[in-house]
Design a protein around this ligand. Structure first.
Ligand code: ASP
Length: 310
């Protein structure tokens, strides 16, 4: 049996120590721990990396604490439009959805696109039609209502501003969510899910559902899930860039991930971070912001849940 490991994130941004109550911090850590453990158990029971990342992301989507699924931010129209992607590094198969509404777990819909359609990426009305055809129930807007996110939106709704929900310097809720894993067979997978940016309009789509930008997995190199200002991550083709630096330049996972987050993306002004694993179970979690909700656990007995830079 090869070493296995899982890493999760709940968004990177202006997370400064002291700006959050101890109570809220405890809640975030407990939610991260639950999601991490669920994925880890799949790996421990010799399950696939793909199953592990899906279950972890589903649990993060189910808590209103993070900007995905239930906690998705408000768009300029006061709705919730969600994006998600999943990729299997063992065969380079991928599935993604964008601009979906009323879907409890967009990550499972993305997986169904990968496994039950001939396509990789479905968006908007078409994606909703596919969801209905595959038995998804459509939740009412109440399911996604959250007072904190509503107030975030109220603050900027009459402006042309759109913002990363992680970058509000006050007690609040942060975060696109993601998971990457390497299983005992040396297969890797990545999953990312988000509500995007508060007050977004015109069908804005971020990096999260874009294969190669916010999400990528390839057994030959690594599995990556990103978080941050999506526009920069799209332009930097961040997830694939990490993979390319490993494949073409022979960098290690740590070197490649750090090069992209601390140099390449910063050069174009991008703020955020990523989580990564390779097929040997090595992990990396670089970010160039004050903090990133994150956690990891490996079969070698290492693990951590953390928020700030420290
Ligand atoms: N990357 C996401 C987006 O731009 C936002 C995030 O990471 O929270 O949609």
């Amino acid at each position: 049996m090869k070493p296995y490991s899982i890493v999760i994130h709940g968004g990177a941004g202006t997370l400064v120590k002291g700006l959050m109550t101890t109570e809220l911090e405890t809640k975030y850590k407990a939610a991260l721990e639950r999601a991490l453990e669920a994925g880890y158990i799949v790996l421990k029971n010799k399950g696939s990396a793909l199953d592990a990342v899906e279950i972890s992301v589903k649990l993060l989507e189910d808590t209103p604490l993070f900007n995905a699924g239930r906690g998705a931010v408000f768009t300029a129209e006061g709705t919730h439009e969600m994006d998600a992607a999943i990729m299997d590094g063992s065969n380079l198969k991928a599935g993604a959805v964008s601009l979906v509404t009323g879907i409890k777990n967009p990550i499972s819909l993305a997986r169904d696109v990968m496994q039950k359609s001939y396509h990789v990426f479905l968006a908007g009305e078409g994606a909703m039609e596919f969801a209905k055809g595959n038995g998804y129930s459509i939740e009412s807007p109440d399911y996604f209502y959250d007072e904190v996110r509503y107030q975030q939106w109220q603050g900027i709704k009459d402006s042309t501003t759109f913002q990363l929900d992680h970058s509000v310097k006050k007690d609040g809720k942060f975060g696109t969510v993601g998971a990457v894993a390497c299983d005992a067979n040396g297969n890797v997978a990545a999953a990312t899910s988000t509500g995007g940016m508060t007050n977004k309009k015109w069908g804005r789509v971020g990096d999260s559902p874009m294969i190669g930008a916010g999400t990528y997995a390839n057994n030959a190199t690594c599995a990556i899930s990103c978080t941050g200002s999506g526009e920069y991550f799209i332009r930097g083709v961040v997830a694939y860039d990490v993979s390319c630096l490993m494949e073409y330049k022979g960098m290690t996972l740590q070197e490649a991930a750090s090069e992209v987050i601390h140099h390449r993306i910063l050069k174009i002004g991008g703020d955020g971070g990523l989580i990564a694993v390779d097929a040997m179970g090595n992990i990396a979690m670089p970010f160039n912001t004050e903090g990133m909700y994150r956690g990891y656990k490996t079969s070698k007995g290492n693990g951590e849940i953390a928020i700030y830079k420290d």
